[in-house]
Design a protein around this ligand. Sequence first.
Ligand code: HEM
Length: 437
Amino acid sequence: MSGGIMQPTPVSEMACPVDHSLLDPAVQDSPWDFYAELHEKCPVFPIPEMGAVMVTRYEDVRFVLTNPDIFSSSGRGGGGAKKGLQVDNAKRYQAILAERGWGHVETLQRTDPPIHTDYRRRLNRVFTPRRVRLMADHIDEISTELIDTVFERELGAASSGVGESEFVDDFAMPLPGIIIAEQLGLDRSDIRTFKRWADAMLAISMRPLTEEELLETVETELEAQHHLATEFELRRQHPTDDLISALVHSHGDDEEPLSMHELQNLMHQLVTGGFETTTNALNHGMWLLTRYPEVQERLRGDASLIPAFIEETLRFEGPVQGLARRTTRDVEVADVMVPADTMVLVRYGAANRDDSAFDNAGEFNIDRPDAHQHVAFGLGAHFCVGAALARQELVSGFTNWVDRTSNIELARPFEGPVHEPSLLLLPVKELPLRFTV
Ligand code: HEM
């Protein structure tokens, strides 16, 4: 998979006919057949509308992720890609942020080594395994409190032992939301405010916004930025043990402190990268438990199986289905010459369903010995900095739910799509549960 002497074909002239399209909301809701078709027929799949190609095989995804000099994270998308994205909207949004708050600068996830290496070193100091271990009890406490609230509401004093829960709102959203919100200096009762901020920060990369939505969204992000700016200044003077303090003081003796623009951008990445992703890992794990009652039973009997269940959930239905890179030169991938300056959609979710990497990849099997080889958290330089924290939240959440119930099932079957349409994520709309204690 290295450079060859073939002339690259422009993406607009590439072809690989398949029956589905990623732009179809039905495919975004359930992409698995589409991925299988691509694995077989078009491992490098052109999407001329976006000036992009999509890479789905496990080996090819690994190749892209571990060669950041060829597949850059900086200025995502490349020249051709910008046609298909909301460029005017994004420019306007940025101009408003720059005027009344802090315009986005490229840090961490949008940089390549060696610039990335410096940001990553600072973030690694903040997300040490020790720090995550210290958070474990607190995560357990919040997880228990959230379930207590559901039980009190549903079971009351005269308990029938059966209750219902809208899992997304009752648990999957608040657990990671409270964890990050507290780290950002918010009171946990402000979780709704935080959710509003996080939704606004994600909005522009998720879907086209109308004029009115754009103005409303940018106001919300400005509100978040000004709150954070005050908190950064406070922690600069009076350090505490939260994430903001750790970031403000993340420089070594011979390093410059992070600027306000950099701090704002890093917070943006932690919020957008750490909230909805963890929510949807919790949602998918719970939805899988309702589809596989025998797995529920096994976890109740043996809590040591929970980490294996979590890794298989992340492999099987990972919350981040895809992100993008941009080629810095012509490069051959799976016998296809991809031209320089092409957006490459890296499909983590498809790689995890590749039969050539995982036996019967389309089967959910918690006994699979190699589930942890999934790329749901990425790979290489940009491997998820919050992976240990996310895993801790998942372990705590599922341990508590299976411990405190004797059965969990769907309260009613889904009508229509399970997910919000998204090119990147698998956001579950709602998950109505019936549980028995
Ligand atoms: C189950 C939950 C999560 C999933 C599936 C997930 C997935 C990912 C993936 C696929 C990447 C690689 C991006 C790339 O290749 O460009 C990534 C990076 C990242 N994640 Fe996560 N993530 C999760 C939770 C979290 C949490 C809890 C945080 C922080 C609070 C977080 C913060 C980040 C950041 C800052 C990066 C960029 C790292 C870098 O560029 O060096 N994520 N995540």
